[in-house]
Ligand binder design. Structure first.
Ligand code: ADP
Length: 489
């Protein structure tokens, strides 16, 4: 199959969150399954210089901008990448979506509309590149207009739209809709209008042949008012075309047996390196060297989605327990300040690093005994899977991908060898404290704890597994495509 995979970020070129991990891994896994894949991204300032063997394939004028398509290779991978190089829109420093004040770039609608137009042009083989995909796989609101624009064609490839986080929808005022010159008929709640605003994500939700999200539970949750942000009616209407596929983890980057960012390696058969990593972690975080005290790790965007406010609320009580915390994150300024203040008050038990630090993230996963993730909603979540793979027992809310990957510890699940973590059963700080206490009680029984670790480490979260499910989804999308291309045979 020829697959055009469109996203606004992809690791290692550029990443702000889980979407970047997926777009860095899934296209490679598809390539390894023998598919012909192109990853298409905007050419942000920092991205162009990282591509191997870049060359300009085509040049255009699109929406008043001069745009070229640059082809190159993903570093250390045979994956072909196409960059949409529109310097007026993408050649600027910093975050792909936010300016230096943390506000969305004022021209985000124009930027990602242009990106979607270029995806459409390339998908329809209208750029003179002599490559026509069978599938266009779009991801999140930044690519949402592409399935809609493609649907204007009389014949087109099949389209798949993946929701990585429904909280981000690409909403803009009505006059932006007119400025972008989109078909007038799309100003309707049957198309791109959402309560008098232009919704980019609706382009994917309304027009794609198949919609999916990144866990089976989240696929069900977003059809309810609690998680649907007002889009639950539309998603229920499209439920026959909606499914969930759990993300994989990139075991080239995240494997305790070979992780280059770790000082000590370990695996299922010998966990002793984990204890050595714990000592390293305590030392770099400035925590007392206490081999038998449980260390709880957390690496996160500091936002209310991740339940960070619940952790802050629970912290004075949690810090009375025999444990240490190693936290890494950035985001909400108020949460950052409150965490730093708590760390100053309790230096023996709580260490906080504000910022983005890939190396420290790996060291926390390897060195911690437990991982805390009390998210209010979690489309898939990667860190609980990294944790399971690293023998770091997760303590999580029973939502979205967390519910699909973590099995609560009870006498029954232990007997069935399914237990691999602890579930926080409601959205409040007392439930969080209760779950941490349960984990600490089990932690005292070394044999039982090791069973939890090994059950987690044995699970298969490889991308190969997920990529096969995407191939079936692509076949379903082709089957559902009302405007399929004629069979060349
Ligand atoms: P989301 O995409 O909602 O932020 P995920 O769990 O799906 O959450 O993915 C988050 C990814 O970003 C993980 O790979 C996590 O390790 C990484 N990450 C988040 N914050 C930091 C940070 N401060 N430093 C390093 N890595 C981080």
């Amino acid at each position: 199959m020829r697959i055009l995979f469109a996203a606004s970020e992809a690791y290692p070129l550029i990443k702000t969150g889980g979407l970047g991990d997926v777009a860095g891994s899934l296209p490679r896994a598809l390539l390894e399954l023998g598919q012909d894949v192109r990853l298409i991204l905007p050419a942000y300032a920092t991205v162009l210089g990282q591509l191997e063997a870049p060359r300009t394939l085509a040049e255009f004028s699109e929406a008043g901008q001069s745009v070229s398509v640059v082809e190159g290779q993903m570093p250390e991978s045979p994956l072909k990448v196409w960059l949409v190089d529109a310097p007026g829109y993408f050649d600027r420093p910093g975050n792909p979506y936010l300016d230096s004040n943390g506000q969305p770039w004022a021209d985000n609608a124009e930027r990602f509309a242009l990106f979607s137009r270029m995806v459409t042009r390339l998908a329809l083989n209208q750029a003179g590149l002599d490559w026509a995909p069978d599938i266009v796989h779009c991801n999140d609101w930044q690519t949402g207009l592409a399935p809609a624009l493609l649907d204007l064609a009389t014949q087109r490839p099949a389209t798949v739209f993946t929701i990585h986080n429904l909280a981000y929808q690409g909403l803009f005022p009505e006059d932006t809709f007119h400025k972008l010159g989109l078909p007038a008929s799309w100003w309707s709640h049957h198309a791109l209008e959402f309560h008098n605003q232009l919704s980019f994500i609706k382009g994917g939700l309304v027009f794609a042949d198949r919609i999916n999200t990144v866990s089976p539970t989240y696929a069900r949750e977003i059809q309810t008012a609690e998680f649907g942000y007002g889009l639950e009616g539309l998603l229920r209407h499209r439920s026959a075309a909606l499914s969930g596929i759990l993300n994989g983890i990139d075991t080239r980057e995240w494997d305790p047996a070979s992780d280059p960012l770790l000082e000590h390696h370990y695996d299922l058969h010998d966990l002793s390196g984990k204890q050595a990593n714990k000592q390293v972690l305590q030392s770099i975080m400035g925590l007392p060297d206490k081999p038998v005290t449980a260390v709880i790790g957390l690496i996160s965007r500091l936002v209310s989605q991740k339940g960070i406010d619940l952790i802050i609320e629970a912290m004075p009580d949690l810090l009375k327990l025999p444990l240490q915390f190693s936290l890494l994150g950035s985001g909400d300024r108020d949460m950052e300040t409150r965490l730093l203040k708590l760390a100053e008050q309790y230096p023996q038990k709580l260490a906080v690093r504000i910022g983005y630090d890939e190396t420290l993230a790996h060291r926390i996963e390897a060195g911690a005994d437990m991982y805390l993730m009390p998210s209010r909603f979690e489309p898939c979540g990667l860190n609980q899977m990294y944790s399971l793979h690293y023998g770091t027992v997760p303590i999580v809310r029973n939502v979205g991908g967390l519910a699909d990957t973590v099995v609560d510890t009870s006498a029954k699940t232990l007997a069935e060898s399914r237990a691999n973590g602890f579930i926080i059963d409601s959205d409040d700080s007392s439930a969080l404290i209760k779950a941490v206490k349960r984990a600490l009680r089990r932690f005292r029984d070394k044999a039982q704890w090791q069973q939890l670790q090994l059950t987690g480490m044995q699970a298969d979260f490889s991308w190969q597994h997920s990529a096969r499910k995407y191939l079936s989804l692509y076949l379903q999308a082709q089957h559902d495509n009302r405007k399929s291309l004629p069979d060349p045979g």
